[in-house]
Design a protein around this ligand. Structure first.
Ligand SMILES: N[C@@H](CCC(=O)N[C@@H](CS)C(=O)NCC(=O)O)C(=O)O
Length: 283
């Protein structure tokens, strides 16, 4: 039970896992916990990820690039099981010292380039291919602003709302109220913007939409955190819903959402288009 009389000590110490869904893997320290190299496939891009909202951003980006005809965007997507602690291997930590998916290695220019943080990966790929990012001027600034907005809001939706609404070992009203309010404020920001423009950065679909769909898409589809869509009355944000349904119907988005997930209708690893084609054909 939560202790309502808890008084924080002068110096916090980590004595034991605190319960909750991810308590067994969380520690207050960084760095590798065991030695293991990452696998490597044949394509220039090696993605080490999982089909969570942050992971889906990158597989959607690759599938959007491929759908748009950028055949050099072929990639191998390896699954990192965060519940099993794969993100703490020496190989993964050498690509992302923050031990969180997604992490990317680009071998296309000889020496591998590492990129971590989903927003940085989207930006890196958009610049590299000259796609889904306006090349200059106010449109580019607008796109980067919405991309960074999304990166700033994800911890409130996930670590804040999602954690206390769905993952915490007990339900506490204070944090649920606080983060439900933040989540609804974020939905309203998007809704008001999308009342003015088709996409977040303006008339064109950009990496700001790809990043945002990773998180907002789940609330629009209604599969984020149990029945959170009802709890937060997502249907009332009609412009957000219109955008979410529009983006969700894109071929690249549908394909990207299949990758690095286990179970029927998904592929744990992706090494060629045929892996996703097979799943879609069976659906
Ligand atoms: N800001 C990071 C957040 C990434 C993140 O939180 N990844 C989660 C899964 S969605 C993770 O790997 N968690 C594993 C852990 O915390 O140990 C990004 O956008 O790339």
């Amino acid at each position: 039970m939560a202790d309502p009389t808890y008084t924080p000590p002068k110096v916090w110490t980590w004595d034991q896992p605190n319960g909750g869904q991810f308590a067994s893997i969380n520690r207050p320290t960084a760095g590798a916990r065991f030695d293991k190299e990452l696998p490597r496939g044949q394509h220039p891009f090696q993605l080490h990820s999982l089909g969570t909202p942050n992971g889906q951003k990158v597989t959607i980006m690759f599938e959007e690039l491929l759908a748009a005809g950028y055949s050099d965007a072929e990639y191998d997507a390896w699954m990192v099981s965060i519940a099993d602690g794969d993100q703490f291997s020496s190989g993964f930590v050498s690509v992302n010292p923050n031990s969180k998916i997604p992490a990317l290695l680009d071998y296309s220019q000889g020496e591998p380039v590492r990129v971590f943080e989903s927003g940085a990966i989207l930006f890196y790929l958009a610049e590299k291919f000259g796609a889904f990012l306006p090349s200059s001027g106010p449109q580019r600034a607008e796109c980067m602003s919405w991309l960074m907005w999304q990166m700033g809001t994800a911890p409130l939706l996930g670590g804040g709302f999602g954690h206390f609404y769905a993952y915490a070992p007990e339900k506490y009203q204070y944090p649920i109220d606080r983060y439900a309010m933040e989540a609804k404020r974020i939905f309203d920001v998007a809704d008001k913007r999308l009342a003015e423009t088709r996409y977040l950065a303006g008339d064109d679909y950009t990496i700001a939409d790809i990043a945002s769909y990773g998180w907002l898409g789940g609330f629009v589809r209604g599969d984020a955190y149990g029945d959170a869509a009802t709890f937060l009355d997502v249907a009332s944000y009609t412009n957000l819903v219109r955008w979410g349904e529009d983006v969700g119907a894109r071929e690249g988005v549908r394909r990207g959402r299949i990758v690095n997930r286990k179970g029927d209708g998904f592929v744990a690893e992706r090494h060629s288009a045929a892996d996703i084609d097979a799943v879609l054909a069976a659906a």
